[in-house]
Design a binder for this molecule. Structure first.
Ligand SMILES: *Cc1c(COP(=O)(O)O)cnc(C)c1O
Length: 221
């Protein structure tokens, strides 16, 4: 099936109000153009320089989302234009994003990545680290970043219960945070969970932003 057909099929199954991030990492700009022509505007990348190159050659109304682990020193490549960073996993990174956002005279929206999988390789903070960060004076002083939600990746497994429980746990934590009173630079509305293999489960468990790559663009080499 073509990229446009894949997109159409996925969109037909999305829960109302759920946003689709088309994950175009490693794929050529021509693939993004095809998805763009089919109406897709949000694209996810995981390498800062690759995102910058693509952003320069593609239409300016594309919203670029950084979904992969971000090294502080590479923040500068995307700070002028990135619309959401999904993968913030420590205060020092948030401070660097704040600094680069200020240099570009803008506020950058971010999600905090929460570790929910039973795997060593996934990045992210645990719940207590998130709470600590949000309550810290250092965070409250940041004027050029806004925390707009949480992101999580489930264990890469065929066990549906495991995945479901991990997403459910993150949604519960999200709901708890939403109840709390926080400073101006927090407004929690986005729960980014779900990829090609598990986005149906993620939506059942409250996801309102799914990040889908291979089901749209085909498998990555
Ligand atoms: C690559 C990637 C995706 C998309 O994965 P698919 O299985 O191709 O849909 C989603 N989220 C993150 C963080 C990724 O790195």
């Amino acid at each position: 099936m073509s990229i446009a057909e894949n997109l159409q099929q996925i969109k037909a199954t999305l829960k109302e109000g759920a946003e689709l991030v088309a994950v175009s990492k490693t794929k050529p700009s021509s693939d993004i153009e095809e998805a763009y022509a089919a109406g897709q505007r949000i694209f996810g990348e995981n390498r800062p320089q690759e995102m910058k190159t693509k952003a320069e050659e593609l239409p300016k109304d594309i919203e670029w989302h950084m979904i992969g682990h971000l090294q502080s020193k590479k923040t500068k490549y995307i700070a002028p234009f990135v619309s959401l960073i999904h993968s913030v996993d420590k205060l020092s990174l948030l401070q660097e994003i704040n600094k680069r956002a200020a240099q570009n005279d803008r506020i950058i929206n971010v999600l905090l990545q929460v570790y929910i999988a039973k795997e060593e390789s996934k990045f992210g903070m645990d719940e207590s680290e998130v709470t600590e960060l949000l309550n810290s004076e250092e965070f409250k002083s940041l004027k050029n970043v806004k925390v707009v939600g949480l992101m999580g990746m489930a264990t890469n497994t065929n066990n549906k219960d495991t995945i479901q429980n991990e997403f459910k746990g993150l949604k519960t934590f999200f709901d708890t945070l939403v109840q709390n009173k926080y400073p101006k630079n927090i407004e929690l509305t986005i729960l980014s969970t779900g990829m090609s293999g598990d986005y149906h489960i993620a939506m059942e468990e409250g996801s309102n932003m799914v990040r889908i790559g291979s089901s749209i663009f085909g498998s990555r080499g």
